[in-house]
Design a protein around this ligand. Structure first.
Ligand code: NAP
Ligand code: ZN
Length: 350
């Protein structure tokens, strides 16, 4: 298959810094859209992948799945987009389109495995897919999103992952006016969870370890902040929440949060992947019909719904724009929870 050589920024190994590199992209096929990347958000999953935290990273790795850009070329069967359109690409670039999940617009749960925007199996060229820390990307039209033109372009990028990952559980668990929602962790996902839950009319509480973030959380729209390390503050919210979205990226004790769920409430984990320690106590689950659940990103139709909602309600991310050359420092700051509240790379710097 014909390929084009594209500039990118990635890492050759688990313990290496990210640096400039060249990657091959396929030429536009009849169903493809070519996108000139303007901005790319920096998700904690980029860092997990670059450093092989989850195992399974194939090197070289080029992260980035919060992509915003303009269409520069389309294949002759493309009907959804034209050259010049402002578009986005999130965490998915392909799925089988035929299994029961895909047929229900749940491509993120494709039974044959979705193709991740990076570190996925490239169906066209073989090898791994490469993400948005690059000058352009070629994606089949079904996985390209329309971006509302009224929003700040750079600040829209994080909606493609942080936005949809928190929107999907809010919708699945039917959050609406009057719902009581809590969010654990004020980072990229957490700050979008606050804005989107408020947009849906819920009252929102933030659980944070960081007293220095209290005013920011209130400014973002939270009604209340609970410092999770303060036993008295935790006790004061026992039995309160219908839904808790837990964005903490590393292993942590979820039992104290279960105690703050109302009867029939759900704690949905979107951050940490793996076994829980200390173990999950089932007593409060059984005696309160409570659930501990998980959720991964969202489907393409749902992502478009979220983007349109954000366009209508003027919701974007709070961002710090960086140059691609600053990405290694940005990862170190993310590990220290020193992000307000999403880094977005200006790809012109590449
Ligand atoms: P982030 O910007 O680094 O935010 C994480 C926040 O969690 C921090 O700001 C911090 O908030 C809190 N935190 C960090 N370490 C903690 C610890 N040890 N104990 C308690 N709280 C801690 O990360 P992100 O980009 O939002 O991503 C969060 C996680 O979600 C990552 O693991 C990422 O891979 C995952 N993710 C999952 C999906 C999905 O589809 N399920 C999609 C995207 C990302 P405070 O300072 O307020 O405590
Ligand atoms: Zn992400």
């Amino acid at each position: 298959m014909n390929t084009v050589n594209v500039k990118a920024f990635g890492t050759p190994a688990k313990d290496a810094d990210l640096k400039p590199m060249n990657i091959a992209r396929r030429n536009v096929t009849p169903n493809d859209v070519e996108i000139d990347i303007l901005y790319c958000g920096v998700c904690h999953s980029d860092l997990h992948t670059a450093r092989n935290d989850w195992g399974g990273t194939i090197y070289p790795a080029v992260p980035g799945h919060e992509i915003i850009g303009r269409v520069t070329k389309i294949g002759n069967e493309v009907t959804k987009f034209k050259v010049g359109d402002l578009v986005g690409v999130g965490c998915l670039v392909d799925s089988c389109q035929t299994c029961s999940s895909c047929k229900q617009d749940l491509e993120q749960y494709c039974l044959n495995g979705f193709t991740g925007t990076y570190n996925g199996n490239d169906k066209h060229l073989g090898g791994q897919t490469f993400g948005g820390y690059s000058e352009k990307v070629i994606v089949r039209q079904e996985f390209v999103l329309s971006i509302p033109e009224n929003l700040d372009i750079a600040a829209t990028a994080p909606l493609l992952c942080a936005g949809i990952t928190t929107w999907s559980p809010l919708k699945h668990w039917n959050v609406k006016a009057g719902s009581k929602v809590a969010v654990v962790g004020l980072g990229g996902l957490g700050h979008m969870a606050i804005k989107l839950a408020k947009g849906l009319g819920a009252s929102v509480t933030l659980f944070s370890r960081t007293p220095g973030k209290i005013q920011d959380a209130l400014d973002l729209g939270a009604d209340e902040v609970v410092i999770s390390t303060d036993a008295d503050q935790m006790k004061a919210v026992q039995g309160k929440f219908d839904l808790i979205i837990d964005t903490v990226p590393s292993i942590h004790d979820v039992n104290p949060y279960v105690a703050t769920l109302s009867i029939s409430g759900t704690l949905v984990i979107v951050g940490y992947l793996g076994g829980l320690e200390p173990v999950l106590n089932t007593v409060p689950l059984i005696l309160g019909r409570k659930s501990v659940a998980g959720s991964v990103i969202g489907g393409i139709a749902e992502t478009q719904e979220m983007l349109d909602f954000c366009g209508k309600h003027n919701i974007v991310s709070d961002i710090e724009v960086i140059k691609i050359q600053d990405i290694n420092e940005a990862y170190e700051r993310m590990l220290k929870s020193d992000v307000k509240y999403r880094f977005v790379i200006d790809m012109a710097s590449l």
